[in-house]
Design a protein around this ligand. Structure first.
Ligand code: CTP
Length: 396
């Protein structure tokens, strides 16, 4: 497992909202990823969850009052942010966001935020009633915080504890973890639009059967996640796979190569990067049957027709995005990959030995461009995806 938060010191601040119950799970998720957590709570937060719970999970004392001395010195609570890698306020109430936006420091947590060194990133996970979120005052405060460089995680829309429905729910613990990990990745694709295809396609023979391949979608999904972590606005066109959509990525499900082509072409305008990771079936069955083909004593005769080459079509657009292809080969990787790169007329092609990679968590990639090739040695697919994304950003 890749542990991005390993050794990172994070100050987790809780303010008074019902979403505090999710913060315990978020804390655990960060600890599992290797982070060291120091919890600071406002007095209101202690009405929703006890300091003891968070102390037990973080294995560190929880700070609440600015009038208690910590570690023997009345000012030592400031130290906790001096050595921190990030401060995360989750949940962050409308009231606390207002204090942050205006530099008010009237309790320990707001004082710590105001006194934090400028290099320590501050992230907030707003959680509030929909009307509070939509209120002009909150809109102004959130806009101000963003302009000040504060990372705003969510909120999400949905059912709220107060019974209303709308924007203002705090993100789920795993989503907060994904956002926190992203905050530690270089934002090399900031303001870039990235379109990715992933997974296999499925070409029907009859209503029950079809032709597909062994692609699990793991590599494409890892690339989508890495592109989002790097700040990209990511759309993922996915064939049938058993994977959840990565947080922050707009996923579009398709089945056949033809559907994948249609979806890609409908989204291609204004994309900066197109990464074709999908294992698209080269042929589809021309004589599909509308009813299940029955055994008749002789094998059915399938006829095939070629599917559109999505990557080649995108690469031949008048103003193509930066195009990246993937090639899973079974032999002669270098030869086949360079030939494929020039045939499809794309600047970058990523090669791997397919049978060693399909369905696995690890892979080894070779990047082919006009100058030659670069090896990304065997590693977890997410680690490789992050490295690939940085390579791609280097070409833009
Ligand atoms: N690709 C595509 N549309 C297709 C076939 C492939 O967009 N109909 C893309 C893949 O997503 C991949 C790249 O083209 O990024 C290379 O796919 P591959 O199947 O290896 O290449 P082919 O051109 O089909 O060559 P071959 O199967 O003969 O090796």
């Amino acid at each position: 497992m890749v542990m991005v938060l390993s050794g990172k010191k994070i100050v987790l601040g809780l303010t008074g909202g019902i979403a505090c119950y999710k913060s315990a799970e978020f804390l655990r998720a960060m600890v599992r990823d290797g982070a060291q957590i120091n919890v600071v709570m406002t007095d209101s937060a202690t009405h929703f969850i006890t300091p003891l719970t968070l102390q037990t999970l973080s294995e560190n004392p929880v700070m609440v009052s600015q009038w208690e001395s910590h570690a023997g010195s009345p000012l030592s609570h400031i130290d906790v942010t001096r050595t921190a890698d990030a401060i995360i306020i989750a949940p962050c109430t409308a009231n606390f966001a207002a204090k942050l936006a205006h530099g008010i420091a009237d309790d320990l947590l707001s004082s710590l935020c105001l006194a934090r060194p400028s290099h320590v990133p501050l992230l907030i996970a707003p959680a509030m009633n929909v009307e509070m979120w939509m209120n002009q005052a909150t809109r102004r405060n959130i806009a101000q915080l963003k302009a000040d460089g504060v990372g705003v995680m969510g909120p999400a829309a949905g059912f709220q504890a107060c019974g209303e429905v709308g924007m203002g729910r705090m993100l789920e613990p795993q989503e907060l973890l994904a956002e926190t990990i992203a905050a530690f990745q270089p934002a090399v694709l900031k303001n870039k639009r990235v379109l990715i295809t992933a997974g296999p396609t499925f070409e029907p023979i009859d209503p029950i059967r079809g032709i597909t391949n062994r692609s699990s979608g793991k590599m494409g999904y890892a690339v989508a996640r890495a592109a989002w972590e790097a700040g990209g606005e990511v759309s993922l066109v996915s064939g049938p796979v058993a994977l959840p959509a990565p947080h922050g990525v707009a996923r579009h499900d398709v089945t056949t190569a033809w559907e994948m082509r249609e979806k890609v072409m409908s989204l291609i305008a204004d994309q900066d990067v197109f990464i074709a990771v999908a294992a698209v079936a080269d042929w589809r069955v021309a004589n599909t049957s509308t009813q299940k083909i029955k055994k008749t004593g002789s094998a059915p005769q399938l006829q095939f027709e070629e599917n559109p080459d999505i990557l080649a079509e995108v690469a031949s657009l008048k103003k193509p995005p930066f195009c990246v292809g993937f090639a899973a080969e079974s032999e002669k990787l270098i030869e086949h990959a360079q030939e494929k790169r020039s045939r499809k007329n794309i600047p970058l092609l990523v090669g791997n030995i397919g049978e060693e990679a399909f369905g696995k968590d690890e892979n080894e990639l070779i990047l082919f461009d006009a100058k030659g090739h670069t090896v990304l040695p065997r590693a977890d697919k997410l680690v490789l995806a992050r490295s690939l994304v940085r390579h791609i950003a280097g070409y833009l």
